[in-house]
Design a protein around this ligand. Structure first.
Ligand SMILES: *Cc1c(COP(=O)(O)O)cnc(C)c1O
Length: 434
């Protein structure tokens, strides 16, 4: 498959280049040059397949010309080695749990698949890949854990001292192997500035093959289509064929993957984009005016994005028909108070605990269903395990959270982090010496 830039359809690159460069020079985003249609036979019989089988079928349709089937299958079996179950909460309300991977968030799908694709291209003894990530907590964890133990790669995480949650810090600093953590005496912005400067530093670029494993990488988007097909498969088993997906959205990669799945033939009735006060997209869907704005801080901070980077991909998927986009995708946005109320309502109604991002999706789904769409099975995506956000819950709810074994295991492990100041020379010296 070749990929073009959303800013220049004439620019075509192969999959390897799209994966290693993340973003074209023209600052567009890579898109597949044609979108394969999956067969009726496959789509009508999705319920006969497991998640890894579905993933292989979908990935092979997109990448079959790039990666031999045997290898692609091995990559998928290794990357997608955890479940993505739907759980029925009431009639026609299901939660799709995407937090059963190592970092307890849906970003594991993208990070694990991308890391193994990169390793596959590096297998013939190419120079080691050095991944640099600055993190305010969550994304860095998924990237670090995604690369853990992957041959030919090494990850350096920079995180702001004292500004990540205890679970996040444990996820970042107790891995060893090919993962190292730098605890920077500064803010997230300082960490990001260090990484950015490293990418333009001649000496570092000469010595190392640096990559950011960026969140807009096409190899992170593709595996996120898998769980939409798999969720539909699980609904088919319950004789549900009309489905709406409600997606808590920030950079719009997750819902973008759902729309790609739809373009490949998945029969979805409706997509619902649920946001916090960073409502650039819901506002656009109502007014027709796309107006990016500075982000505002909220409780659901993984969605604090005022200018969603994947929007260009979605607009591009619908380039011929913006009206169709507005029919297929509706938007809702909620403030922090509504988010807290939704967490409480979900808990009281179903004795189920959702993270703040997921709570917003539940509320949007319920609001949409109340507008006379009750014959459609609604699935809201749970993007992270609630135990990652202990501070947002009142005690009664917090004590109902079932903390996964993997998290309990982390507690006993020793923190390994190198303290650094926020100045570039110190960071550079560390890189060159280690
Ligand atoms: C990243 C993230 C989101 C937003 O996903 P996008 O693909 O950026 O829209 C939502 N919830 C959680 C928990 C996240 O980590």
């Amino acid at each position: 498959m070749n990929f073009y830039s959303t800013n220049n359809p004439a620019l075509r690159v192969g999959f390897k280049e799209a994966v290693f460069n993340s973003m074209p020079q023209d600052k567009g985003l890579y898109m597949p040059e044609h979108i394969p249609q999956l067969s009726e036979k496959f789509l009508n019989n999705l319920d006969q397949y497991t998640l890894p089988e579905i993933a292989f079928h979908v990935a092979n349709a997109l990448l079959g010309s790039d990666i031999p089937e045997q290898d692609l299958k091995a990559i998928i079996d290794d990357a997608i080695n955890f479940e993505a179950p739907i759980v029925k909460l009431e009639e026609d309300v299901y939660v799709l749990e995407l937090f059963h991977g190592p970092s307890l968030a849906f970003k594991d799908f993208g990070a694990r698949f991308m890391s193994r694709i990169m390793a596959w291209y590096l297998r013939e003894g190419e120079k080691q890949l050095d991944v640099l990530v600055a993190t305010s907590g969550d994304t860095g964890g998924a990237v670090a854990l995604g690369f853990l133990g992957v041959p030919g790669t090494r990850v350096t995480i920079l995180y702001p001292k004292g500004k990540v949650s205890p679970i996040q810090e444990q996820q970042l600093t107790t891995n060893g192997q090919n993962i190292r953590a730098l605890e920077v005496d500064g803010t997230f912005d300082d960490c990001q500035a260090l990484v950015k400067q490293a990418f333009v530093d001649d000496e570092l670029n000469e010595k190392f093959r640096l990559t950011s494993a960026n969140s807009i990488n096409i190899a992170r988007l593709i595996p996120q289509t898998f769980y939409y097909f798999n969720a539909y498969a699980q609904l088919l088993k319950q004789d549900k064929t009309k489905v709406a997906f409600c997606v808590p959205s920030g950079n719009f990669g997750n819902i973008g993957a759902g729309l790609l799945a739809w373009k490949m033939g998945l029969p979805v009735t409706q997509f619902i984009a649920a946001t916090n006060l960073n409502d650039t997209v819901p506002a656009y869907l109502k007014t027709g005016v796309y107006e990016p704005k500075p982000s505002v801080a909220t409780l659901s901070n993984a969605m604090d994005v005022g200018n969603p980077s994947n929007w260009a991909r979605i607009a591009n998927l619908f380039k011929d028909d913006q009206e169709e986009l507005k029919k297929l995708v509706v938007g809702y946005s909620y403030n922090d108070q509504q988010t807290e109320e939704a967490i409480q309502q979900v808990f009281e109604k179903y004795q189920y605990v959702v993270c703040p991002h997921t709570a917003i999706a539940w509320k949007a789904l319920k609001e949409w269903q109340a507008e006379n769409h009750s014959d459609v099975a609604g699935v809201f995506l749970s993007t992270a395990h609630p135990c990652k956000f202990p501070d947002v819950f009142i005690d009664e709810v917090a004590s109902a959270i079932h903390v996964p074994e993997a998290v309990k295991d982390l507690e006993g492990r020793a923190k390994q982090a190198v303290p650094l100041s926020k100045d570039f020379e110190g960071f550079k010296a560390y890189m060159l010496e280690n």
